[in-house]
Write a protein that binds this ligand. Structure first.
Ligand code: ATP
Ligand code: MG
Length: 336
């Protein structure tokens, strides 16, 4: 039996948004009272796309501020940045040699992020899932709370763990992780295009609600959010093929802790402008206090750096110990 441990990460790519909060961070906060939790700012993942060095530095602080402002306790949880703990990269290399090229080629995130010009994408973007598997397995984490968009990468982490345990005849060395993806929380989609997920790295700021957006901006973005001309249906079947409508209703449900079917009962037959004004109110109530706290925390960089230093030391102790065991299984030794 493996000790139960939660691991999850967020990229410091700026603009933390409602999808990150509802799909991931809110869940992190709930889990901190039930598990030992390791929460990582995955800066090495961020550089799979080119980042401006100064911006990257400030985004790391912004992500940690967002964690704390959302309610994560830096004493209770291990909170740190990936680059501080070199065992992540070392295990990722091992997994580059365990995972198969065919597995990487099937990953939809790579296809989405690489776009039309795949040959020009970084090799890091292609092998990103191996680093993600290393992030999780270096702590032998058993549970991983992520948004629905990361489901495929978690399945790959399970495949890597199984193959490693099998190849090196060390049955049960790596746990087979359980995703913690809430059924109530769907992929939050872009406000401009219901087929694309809400994303930090999407160019258009209109496509997302950022945690730091103020009241007026949230209201404006929701008013402008794309919908269709039909009324809100009363039944789930009425949402078929209506991506934008489904998205707004799901966001309303998620922010208010309701089921989609309950929202349809409440708003069925009404038009979207009615829902939109209630939706703005609910988002503002939920997000603006977090945004204000982020802005306050960002004024105290010393405090944020202290959290990262303390968390990185705690993470490094666990990761180093596990890496030694992993190297030993493979037949690798460190002489320095
Ligand atoms: P990027 O565009 O740089 O990949 P991102 O918005 O996808 O940024 P990540 O840092 O990759 O954010 O993901 C952080 C966490 O937020 C992950 O657990 C991911 O599953 C979750 N997440 C990201 N986008 C969404 C979304 N639109 N809906 C629900 N969860 C999401
Ligand atoms: Mg992402």
């Amino acid at each position: 039996m493996h000790k139960q441990r939660v691991f999850s990460g967020v990229q410091p790519t700026g603009n933390l948004h409602l999808g990150n909060y509802l799909g991931a961070i809110k869940n992190f906060v709930d889990l901190q009272n039930k598990f030992e939790c390791v929460y990582c700012i995955v800066d090495l993942h961020a550089i799979t796309n080119r980042q401006e060095p100064e911006e990257l530095k400030s985004n790391i602080l912004e992500t940690i501020a967002s964690f704390i402002a959302s309610g994560l306790d830096p004493k209770k949880n291990i909170i740190f940045n990936q680059a501080s703990v070199s065992a992540h990269s070392e295990l990722a290399w091992v997994f580059n040699c365990v995972a198969r090229i065919g597995w990487m080629n099937r990953m939809t995130q790579f296809k989405e992020k690489a776009g039309a010009n795949k040959e020009n994408a970084s090799v890091g973007l292609l092998v990103y899932p191996n680093l993600m598997a290393a992030d999780i397995l270096i702590y032998k984490a058993t549970h991983v709370p992520v948004g629905a968009d990361q489901k495929q990468h978690l399945e790959l982490t399970r495949d890597i763990a199984k193959k490693f345990n099998n190849d090196f005849k060390c049955e049960d060395f790596f746990p087979i992780v359980e995703p913690l993806i809430s059924n109530e929380i769907p992929r939050i989609m872009s406000l401009r295009d219901g087929k694309k997920k809400m994303s930090k790295s999407e160019e258009s700021d209109q496509s997302r609600i950022n945690l730091k957006d103020d009241k007026d901006l949230i209201d404006k973005k929701i008013k402008k959010a794309t919908t269709d001309n039909l009324a809100i249906p009363s039944e789930l079947s009425g949402l078929k093929n209506r991506n934008e409508a489904t998205n707004l209703i799901s966001i309303f449900a998620s922010v208010n802790g309701l089921k989609v079917s309950d929202v349809l009962k409440q708003f069925g037959g009404k038009n979207f402008s009615t829902l939109k004004s209630k939706l703005s109110e609910s988002i503002i109530e939920r997000i603006c206090p977090i945004g204000d706290e982020i802005k306050k925390l960002l004024k105290d960089k010393k405090y944020l750096n202290e959290i990262l230093t303390h968390g990185s030391k705690r993470a490094d102790l666990i990761a180093k110990d596990n890496l030694k065991k992993i190297y030993d299984i493979i037949g690798l030794s460190k002489f320095s």
